[in-house]
Ligand binder design. Structure first.
Ligand code: FE2
Length: 178
């Protein structure tokens, strides 16, 4: 039994406020990619899916004259730092295990190099997975942030992914015991 599920996170008003900004369709797609990659590389599927889902929770909308401004974004953006902190606070508030919350926050912190002066971070496998999962869903011109999904479909996808995580964790538990 997990302390916190994806649906707990999804329903929280902090998630509804901030993940909506960068798009639920993208967040859910990245959570699914991260789950599958974690399964493939024997990493923690629960942490990977949560970090994938929350990776852009720190986003700020860099608009100038009603349009996304890449120059402003490139110069000023710190969304991985804000996101790591915001996700950590949210997870702790929901009752997540502190070690798991920290691991999730670090995967969010390192999901991109865009805010760093150089791109020479030595990532753990889990951190690489969240970065790859994000890149898998990226579209030209940031279009992945504008794809839409209804609240009902988003809820269904999140619940389905929760079931997939529970099933995988259960399978691993039984495998360990046998
Ligand atoms: Fe992203």
């Amino acid at each position: 039994m997990r302390d916190v599920t994806l649906i707990d996170i999804f329903e929280h008003h902090i998630t509804q406020k901030y993940v909506k900004r960068s798009g639920f369709a993208h967040a859910i797609a990245v959570a699914y990619h991260a789950f599958h990659l974690a399964k493939q590389y024997n990493e923690n599927v629960d942490i990977a899916a949560k970090a994938g889902f929350l990776h852009d929770i720190g986003h700020f909308t860099w608009y100038r004259n009603g349009k996304w401004d890449y120059e402003l974004y490139r110069q000023n953006d710190i969304h991985p730092i804000k996101g790591a902190e915001r996700a950590h606070k949210l997870l702790i508030r929901l009752g997540e295990n502190p070690i798991q919350a920290k691991t999730t926050a670090l995967a969010i912190l390192f999901h991109t190099d865009s805010f760093l002066p150089s791109n020479d971070i030595n990532r753990t496998m889990l951190q690489k997975i969240v970065k790859w999962a994000d890149e898998k869903d990226e579209e030209e011109g940031g279009a992945h942030h504008y794809r839409t999904i209804t609240r009902e479909r988003a809820r269904e996808s999140i619940i389905r992914l929760d079931q997939m995580i529970d099933k995988e964790l259960e399978y691993l538990r039984e495998k360990r015991l046998s």
